[in-house]
Ligand binder design. Structure first.
Ligand SMILES: [Mg+2]
Length: 240
């Protein structure tokens, strides 16, 4: 068994820390029929998440203050998250957030709920206003050539594991499968649980963060055979 301070929890934001997916809700609220078409293409895996972000952000009003107000109004933090963060701190482990949504509302929400200071780092996309006054998503944590993810969560997982810490990945979405597949323990719900079944990745089902607190801590493992992408290579893996 690994000892103290050897774990990092990599935790998705939308639909994981929050019960509701705010990127999806903002896109649905402002996007009209365009939203439905883009979402359907994504669900049929005809477009990757990076393209989902690019197309969906064009449907939002270019007013980040207004969008942040909506996100703060709608957000619902999932049960047990604050207690989970306190428990992780007691274990001398760390939590990093990894999000592949619009991202701009994450720190304001975590700050409003007194949670931000308990999190080591937030890897997220940036939504900015460009010179034409339109919103645009920038992906500072994307893989150099892989076209799939805006935020290469798999690269974060691999980099943390290289420091000798085992990684517990917690998520809810189909796109979490890439980062999850490199982790030492997957905690999956909703569509992540479905894709783990599809790709025969073992996982612990979860409902809220009290379940994550109870997860047995894993040892480091080599995931190169079962992983679903190549963050240190070309990114996308043939046949996935
Ligand atoms: Mg999610």
């Amino acid at each position: 068994m690994a000892g103290e301070s050897e774990y990092t929890y990599v935790v998705d934001f939308d639909g994981t820390i929050t019960a509701n997916d705010l990127s999806l809700e903002l896109a649905a609220y402002y996007g009209g029929t365009g939203y439905r078409e883009i979402e359907n293409k994504y669900r049929r895996r005809e477009i990757p998440i990076k393209e989902w972000l690019r197309q969906m952000v064009a449907l939002l009003p270019p007013d980040l203050d207004q969008l942040n107000r909506k996100a703060l109004e709608w957000v619902s933090i999932r049960a047990g998250f604050n207690d989970f963060l306190d428990q992780v701190r007691e274990q001398k482990s760390t939590v990093v957030v990894a999000s592949d949504g619009f991202g701009f509302y994450i720190e304001p929400i975590l700050k409003a709920y007194g949670l931000l200071e308990k999190i080591e780092f937030v890897y997220r996309n940036e939504t900015v206003t460009d010179s034409d006054g339109q919103l645009k998503v920038i992906n500072p944590h994307a893989h150099k050539i892989c076209p799939v993810c805006g935020n290469c969560k798999a690269a974060h997982v691999v980099r943390i594991k290289e420091t000798g810490k085992s990684v517990i990945y917690t998520g809810d979405g189909s796109n979490d499968r890439f980062g999850a597949s490199w982790s030492d323990q997957i905690c999956a719900r909703d569509r992540l649980a479905e894709v783990c079944d599809e790709y025969e990745l073992s996982y612990s089902p979860w409902e809220d963060f009290y379940d994550i607190i109870k997860i047995e801590k894993p040892d480091l493992k080599d995931c190169s055979d079962i992983s679903l992408c190549l963050p240190q290579g070309q990114g996308i893996k043939d046949g996935i």
